[in-house]
Structure formats: structure tokens, C-alpha cells
Design a protein around this ligand. Structure first.
Ligand SMILES: Cc1ncc(COP(=O)(O)O)c(C=O)c1O
Length: 380
């Protein structure tokens, strides 16, 4: 089996991640922060250590600003709920995933917010001047760091700096779902207020864990409220971080798995990126040489991650995906990838694309087989 669907979730997981999750379930899976016995204290220590690791990874000064969520979707919803008020204006890039679009479209439909879109070229790279879209009531700008459809990378530090220089009161949320673990992310250098990430993609953790980094002192509203193990005497949600945003029992096996995933990827990020880019270049070259295929990518390796899409003029994406699966045991994702807006921007809506996404475990021979398979499938 050849797995080229790492943008959906990375597979396989490193042995160290599997072991960390298994050890947790086996040895100390008590409820962290809820009881004073040995196992609960050990569990709480593991959560603390993981929070510190995430903080160091993203260069967050105070690890209390790392909020564990179940995934990036929850982190994005959390940031929107924390900051948005009625009559606010929100600016988004035109390369967003539905994790961003659906909460915002809901609020827009309810008449609570208005939306504007930053212009992008057909390769998805932002071309518009965000500051031209800012209004006196603009509260939030959301930008997808790296696309899950064509792999284009945005200059988030540059764009954030421009926004902040123009209007420091505007908050910036970066969706780093595809970039965390692939590109170095230093939240101090980027200067954004929120960064949402997920644990199960390029951080090689298990599914069901992600996080929100809070990098602002502004007053924030709570999102999901409930038991935190702290301030149990109070019927009101604690105001301090991370408890304000971490109600209910946390995903301890997921949290330790995320820590192990970061420890796996961090020391070899550059090496993995070099390999992934080598693979993706070969995929682009092979696809570009086949008559009838359109390749969707950033058109610049500098602004690209290991994700590309393609379509064929006469063979449907579903047929290609099915044949790759049935005849070659190659796993890819076809369709709209939960990102209809992105497909509209790059010109592949409504048919969608076949998406290839490589990972740390992709080998040269996987790409050889994929290239041969696609050449064969598209032969007339
Ligand atoms: C760009 C982008 N944003 C958000 C998400 C949502 O991530 P999750 O499913 O972990 O919530 C994804 C997942 O594919 C994504 O690619």
C-alpha cells in the first residue's frame, strides 16, 4: 500500500508516538488536574510537559497560552467565539478551509458579521493588499498558512506585519493546520494573535488533538464552559489560561502522542522538508508531462509544501482515485477537500481535483509507482 494522503492525516505514525499513546493508556491514564492521587499527578505532569513542548516548538513565551483542543477546527471555532462581536467585519483569504468558512458563513447568515475576501492569483498566492479591505469595524483577519489543496504557502509574517502597522487593533488568526511540522513557525516573528494547529497531520500525533495558541492580551470570551479541575467552588468559568478554554477532561493519550510527534519531527524538520519537496517536484514533473492533465500548485517551490492537486480533461477525479486505489493500492484524496472556496480560487470548482500529499515516510519508490500508475491510467 502506498499512502499519499498525508494532508488528510499523516500515516503511518512514528513508533515513538504509538509507544507514547500505548504507555499512557497502560500506565497512567488517570484524569489530569482532577484528583490528588499519584496517577492523576503523573497525568497532570504529562500534560504540563506536553504544553511546554508545544510552547517551545512555536516559541510561545508562556505555555499557559497553549490551549489543547480536539483539532484545528475546534481551535478556529474557539478563536472566533473568543473575539467576535455582533456587527464585526471579518477579512479572510480566498484559500480557506471550511473549518474557517463554515463558522464565519454561519455568523454572516445570522446577520452578525460581514465578510470580505483577500484577492489571490489562480495559484492561490495572495495578491491583494489586505489593508485596503480593513474597515473601522474589522475585528479579525484569517489566513491559511499553507493550502490543503494546492500546497501554496502565504507570507504570513509579512501580511500580519502590514495589518498590524495599519491597524494594531485588528486581530489575526493563522490556520497552520497544514504547515505546523513542515515549516518553522515562530509566533513572536509572525506577530499574529491566534494560531490554530492540528496534531494529526505533519506533527505526526494521533487524531483528536490540536491546539490554539493565544498571543494577545485582549479580553476574550470563553467558548466551551464546564469543569476544569480548578476553582471547583465556583459556578463560573475561570478567567485564567489555559483553564478558561479547556473545559472537560482533556485527551491525555492524544496530548502525549502530540508531544512524541513533535519530538519526532522537530529535530529533522529540514531533512523531511527537503525529501518531501524532492518527491513533490517529481510528482509535478511527471503530471505536467502528461497530456490532458492540469496541475494545481503554487508555481514556486519556495512557496510550496508537499501537497499538489491535478485533474484530467476527460477522466473524472473519482475514476482516477478509484483506479489508483483498486489497481495500484495508492491512497489519495479526490474531490473538494472541505475547501470549496479554495477550489473556486484556483479554478477547479465544482469538479474538484485528485490530491497527492507526501509525508515523512514517503519513499522514492512510492513516487515511481505513482508516476507509472498515472501514466497508465491516462493512456488512451
Ligand atoms: C487548511 C486546513 N484547515 C483546517 C483543517 C481542519 O483540521 P482538523 O480536521 O484537524 O480540524 C484542515 C484539515 O484538513 C486543513 O487542511
Amino acid at each position: 500500500m502506498i499512502y499519499l494522503d498525508n494532508a488528510a492525516t499523516s500515516y503511518p505514525k512514528p513508533q515513538s508516538v504509538i509507544k507514547a499513546v500505548a504507555d499512557c493508556l497502560q500506565d497512567y491514564c488517570a484524569n489530569p488536574g482532577r484528583s490528588g492521587h499519584k496517577l492523576a499527578i503523573e497525568a497532570a505532569r504529562k500534560v504540563f510537559e506536553a504544553r511546554e513542548t508545544v510552547a517551545q516548538f512555536f516559541n510561545v513565551t508562556d505555555s499557559r497560552n497553549v490551549i489543547f483542543t480536539s483539532n484545528a477546527t475546534m481551535a478556529i471555532n474557539c478563536a472566533c467565539a473568543a473575539i467576535l462581536e455582533d456587527s464585526d467585519h471579518v477579512v479572510v483569504s480566498s484559500m480557506e478551509h471550511n473549518a474557517v468558512m463554515r463558522p464565519l458563513r454561519y455568523l454572516e447568515k445570522e446577520g452578525k458579521i460581514s465578510l470580505s475576501f483577500i484577492e489571490s492569483g489562480s495559484n492561490g498566492k495572495i495578491t491583494g493588499d489586505v489593508t485596503q479591505l480593513l474597515q473601522p469595524n474589522t475585528r479579525l483577519v484569517v489566513i491559511n498558512h499553507a493550502s490543503n489543496v494546492n500546497g501554496v504557502v502565504q507570507d504570513i509574517a509579512h501580511i500580519t506585519a502590514k495589518i498590524k502597522a495599519y491597524s494594531p487593533s485588528v486581530t489575526v488568526l493563522i490556520d497552520a493546520s497544514q504547515s505546523a511540522g513542515v515549516l518553522p513557525i515562530d509566533i513572536q516573528k509572525i506577530g499574529c494573535d491566534f494560531l490554530a494547529f492540528t496534531g494529526h497531520k505533519a506533527l505526526y500525533g494521533p487524531q483528536g488533538i490540536g491546539g490554539l495558541i493565544i498571543n494577545t492580551d485582549r479580553p476574550l470570551k470563553p467558548f466551551v464552559m464546564g469543569g476544569t479541575g480548578s476553582k471547583s467552588e465556583s459556578q463560573y468559568q475561570p478567567e485564567f489560561l489555559p483553564d478558561k478554554y479547556e473545559s472537560g477532561t482533556v485527551n491525555l493519550p492524544g496530548i502525549v502522542g502530540l508531544k512524541a510527534g513533535i519530538e519526532y519531527v522537530w529535530p529533522q524538520m529540514e531533512k523531511i522538508r527537503t525529501e518531501e519537496m524532492k518527491h513533490i517536484k517529481r510528482v509535478i514533473e511527471c503530471l505536467s508531462g502528461i497530456k490532458g492533465i492540469t496541475v494545481y500548485w503554487s508555481n514556486s517551490f519556495e512557496h510550496q509544501i508537499g501537497v499538489v492537486s491535478f485533474s484530467h480533461e476527460s477522466i473524472s477525479c473519482s475514476e482516477i482515485g478509484q483506479r489508483l486505489n483498486d489497481e495500484y493500492s495508492i491512497c489519495v484524496r479526490i474531490g473538494l477537500h472541505c475547501a470549496p472556496l479554495t477550489h473556486e480560487t484556483i479554478g477547479s470548482y465544482p469538479d474538484g481535483t485528485v490530491r497527492i500529499s507526501v509525508g515523512a515516510f514517503t519513499e522514492d519508490s512510492d513516487i515511481d509507482t505513482f508516476c507509472r500508475a498515472i501514466e497508465h491510467i491516462t493512456e488512451v
